[in-house]
Design a protein around this ligand. Sequence first.
Ligand SMILES: [Zn+2]
Length: 563
Amino acid sequence: MNTPKTIKSLITFCAIITFTVFMVACGKKGDNVETPAELAALQALVDEFAPIKVTADLSHLTEREKLLIAKLAEAGEICDAIFWQQSSHDAITVRDSLAKLTDAQSKLMLQLVNIYYGPYNKMYENKRFVGEGSPFRPPGGGFYPEDMTREEFEEHIKNNPQDKATFECLYTVIVRDANGNLKAVPYHEHYKDMEKLANLMDEAAELCDNPSLKEYLRLRAIAFRTSKYEDYFKSDWAWMDLKDNNIDVIIGPIESYEDDIFNYKTAFEAKILVKDIEATKELDMYKENIAKFQENLPWDKKYFVSAQADGTVLQIVNVVGYYGDCNKATKSIASALPNDPAVYEVRGGKKSMYKNLMEAKFEKILKPIAEILIAPDMAQYVSKKQMMRFVTLHEVAHNLGRGYVYKKPNLTVRAALKERYSPIEELKADICAVVCQKTLFDLGIISKDDMRDAMVTYVAGLFRSMRFGSQSAHGVANFIQFRYLLEKGGIEKTPDGYFTFNEEKFFEVATELAKYVLELQAEGDYQKADELVKKYGAATPEIMKEFERVKSVPRDLNSTYMY
Ligand SMILES: [Zn+2]
């Protein structure tokens, strides 16, 4: 948004938006839009997010560690502000226009805009819910010109092959130059607060007494100043080396889910975390079995690469604060990072389970869903412990399979599957997590009762995550699993309308789906990925009916971070 042309068009656009939001929100021109029914409908959309105060115990931290957290929170606020620019071209304009209005409807709309970081409803096909503009979120968000098509981008690269690297770079924005041609601008030039962000990282490093964390913060500052892949790589590498740290932080441009055109561009976020050292000790069992999980994957053995288990870090943390992408609509309860296959194929990844948020989601969402949809004799077995286990295995499974395409050592699966990568990768992680449970059972590590609890918790979990909708990678992944397993008899609906699993068929069908997805990734087969998503990756009328039954259950959390 720094080019004069874009600023000019933005100003024009702001004026239009401010006007239309005002019209819609205030109902001027004699429109009676503020009816009780409309207010109730808006309130219902807000109520889909259970308000929750997120707390983390910081009592064991030193005074300097507490100051470090405050400094990281300042950096987090900048990531949050940058994400507003990335979410959609008009997100900030709509938010700021609504903030000036005082009627009940505008206030509710503002709450929703703050939850979704913009005027598009992530839960409902990215539909616009306030003001006038594109009826659905332009798939390129704020990363590309709003009118740019995929074809135009591809055509540009065909005609200017020297631009390929900067155009496909994870850390550039695509804008139009004065002649209307496409041009790539590095993040640190495009977002004006990047230097301030880098300075805050340096100041945080000064406050830090843990040498490994200090080094990471310092290297991250460098990456923020250059937008160079090599610098992000170095800081990711240093992040894997964190040792004896009470505080962890994930900060910067991380996930590419917001770029629905190509999945190239990364969105800003910050997660400030405090390690739960006692709870983390319980995770050793998963770590010890990573090599076994990879060996037992149900795929053609020619695809086998050894899993890099040695460097893998598993940790349980409590969330102190979320900013930007990770705070939008659905709050993540775990992560497997870094995303760069050049790091995780050598080092393994770092999987973090966010304990306080996971517990909140279990109590507010998963348990109530199970009470309504799961067969009454089975619902009692849905458990917090199994939710944590499944999420842990999901994160472990992100590192199973292949990161690079078979026989194409320079082609990542991510690049080969393009915009289908994210849902397919989430699907792989889920369905391989199911297969890993079977491996643990076969190894005698978990019991038959554990397996029953795990499967019924998984089925309830599918409903929780399908409600993220088909514009979310996780939502698509869950639609595919649910519909595939239901079609093939792994999941069953009882005559009185409850869901349960079929003990005989469940693993056979799950294994079949895991094989399909692992091999599709190994081959980098875009066509197959596309077909799978199109065939199963959305709600059916039957699923919509089940959603109706659980509509009183919140979909996610509206968190306030207390520290
Ligand atoms: Zn995942």
